[in-house]
Design a protein around this ligand. Structure first.
Ligand SMILES: [Zn+2]
Length: 188
């Protein structure tokens, strides 16, 4: 209403007509932000840099491929190459998958390789905090395999935690994890 009154007072336009209001210029220039940490481009093929270590993803890719419950038509090197991209969070184009391959199955394998790759460091970190949290409580995610379900609620000493996702768990995104257990038995 205020605007209409203002327009009437100014006598520049009838309320029913289109009013063209000139806005102050807006700066729409796009800025390209360069990330501070650029991914390294000098790494050997199939390798990633993980916590200052250069890790070849082929052995893990081979292990995951061998475990895959339904055969997937992909070879270790192609999988490892895709894992390197997945590890860096880079988008994998459809054309980069072998033709006719079950892409969802491949994505699941990439994710598993990435999680397993981090496992040695996770367990090393667990060992370091073992003084305050000597045990871990296993919690399985909602749609988990019978193996994970059977372990749900299990409290294990820190040096006995098994790698996640469990070998037999092929849940799309297994979210099984451990929670810290304090010396007095309470769960963090
Ligand atoms: Zn699971």
């Amino acid at each position: 209403m205020k605007l209409l009154n203002w327009l009437r007072r100014r006598g520049t336009a009838q309320p029913s007509r289109t009013v063209i209001v000139e806005l102050p210029p807006v700066d729409l220039t796009t800025r390209i932000v360069v990330p501070k940490v650029m991914p390294r481009t000098d790494l050997p093929e199939f390798c990633v840099e993980s916590f200052a270590e250069i890790v070849d993803l082929r052995p893990l890719a081979a292990e995951v491929l061998a475990d895959q419950p339904v055969p997937v038509a992909i070879d270790v090197e192609t999988l490892a190459r895709l894992c390197v991209k997945g590890f860096a969070g880079r988008y994998i184009r459809v054309a980069e998958y072998p033709p006719g391959v079950d892409r969802e199955a491949v994505k699941r394998m990439i994710w598993r390789v990435t999680r397993w790759e981090a496992w040695p460091r996770r367990s090393a970190q667990a060992q370091r905090t073992a003084g305050a949290f000597p045990k871990r409580l296993f919690r399985c995610s909602e749609d988990c395999c019978p193996g994970a379900r059977a372990m749900d609620g299990l409290v294990v000493p820190v040096n006995e935690v098994v790698r996640l996702p469990l070998k037999e768990c092929w849940d799309h995104r297994c979210e099984c994890d451990y929670r810290l257990v304090k010396r007095d038995g309470s769960v963090v």
